[in-house]
Design a protein around this ligand. Structure first.
Ligand SMILES: [Cu+2]
Length: 277
């Protein structure tokens, strides 16, 4: 009796703890409410399974407790019960997986009017690149990466010259405008994660991964690395600032294009070589 009661208390306690806990999702800042939908579906299904299993255990402990002269019946095969358990588990698992397939399809189907932003991860910082006036990102090659070309742009690609390069800085995004986020890594696996965006994806060395978002509210959000990537993994932070058109353009004006950056650095190098005049 006592054990059955403890089991019931654990059950009720878990549900109450969940309802009263402060660890709910942060307020959402993009179009991805579908992601929250899938999280809640998983929560409800696993919650119901947890409830059913523990309640059944409490019932068995109470109902089949030891009694003088009572014997357990040996019943190793029960076709009907196995059938129901298989069907029930199958429906539960399908219920958790199927919505994910639909949402995943939407997550990587980028709308035609999305602008491109490149995110580059390296131990242990984030860099960003935005399309310039030509509305196109230039090509890159890891072999071009050097201190004055941190994102490895091809110097002779005309499309890359006006790309805005933000090394180890913060990313600004326009409110209400869809963006395709392209992800690259220089060294090891990283993961671009902004909790309020409900979006994250691995940065895999040697390939470009992507997803898209549409910011739906202004604010400053933390960029975290969500893939253990070395000693300073926890310090791999940046900010994403979602803002209205006027603020965004004021910020964009102040950023340097690839041509400006490499020109400036070339001057610095030349000055240095000629004795600092
Ligand atoms: Cu990282």
């Amino acid at each position: 009796m006592a054990v059955a009661l403890i089991l019931l208390l654990i059950l009720i306690g878990s549900v109450v703890f969940h309802l009263l806990s402060p660890w709910w999702l942060t307020p959402i800042a993009t179009n991805w409410s579908y992601i929250d939908g899938t999280v809640y579906i998983t929560f409800w299904i696993t919650g119901a399974a947890f409830f059913a299993v523990v309640a059944f255990m409490a019932y068995c402990v109470f109902h089949f407790h030891h009694k003088e002269g009572r014997q357990a019946a040996y019943n190793p095969e029960n076709k009907k019960l196995e059938w129901w358990l298989s069907v029930g588990t199958g429906i539960g698992v399908a219920g958790m997986l199927a919505p994910g397939l639909v949402v995943w399809h939407q997550f990587v189907t980028v709308p035609a009017d999305a602008t491109e932003v490149e995110v580059m991860g390296q131990q242990w910082q984030w860099s960003f690149r935005l399309q310039g006036k030509d509305g196109r990102l230039g090509t890159t090659d890891v072999r071009n990466i050097s201190p004055d070309n941190p994102m490895g742009l091809n110097r002779d690609d005309p499309y890359g010259q006006d790309d805005v390069v933000i090394e180890n800085g913060d990313l600004h995004l326009l409110l209400g405008k869809p963006v395709k986020i392209l992800l690259r890594s220089v060294d090891v696996l990283h993961d671009f994660y902004v909790p309020e965006f409900r979006a994250k994806m691995d940065l895999v060395p040697g390939m470009v991964t992507y997803f898209w978002i549409k910011p739906i509210r202004t604010g400053t959000f933390d960029v975290l690395c969500s893939q253990l990537c070395g000693a300073a993994h926890a310090d791999m932070r940046a900010k994403v600032i979602v803002e209205e058109e006027s603020e965004y353009h004021a910020w964009l004006e102040k950023q340097k294009t690839f041509a400006e950056l490499s020109g400036r650095k070339a001057v610095v190098r030349a000055t240095y070589k000629s004795g600092g005049e």
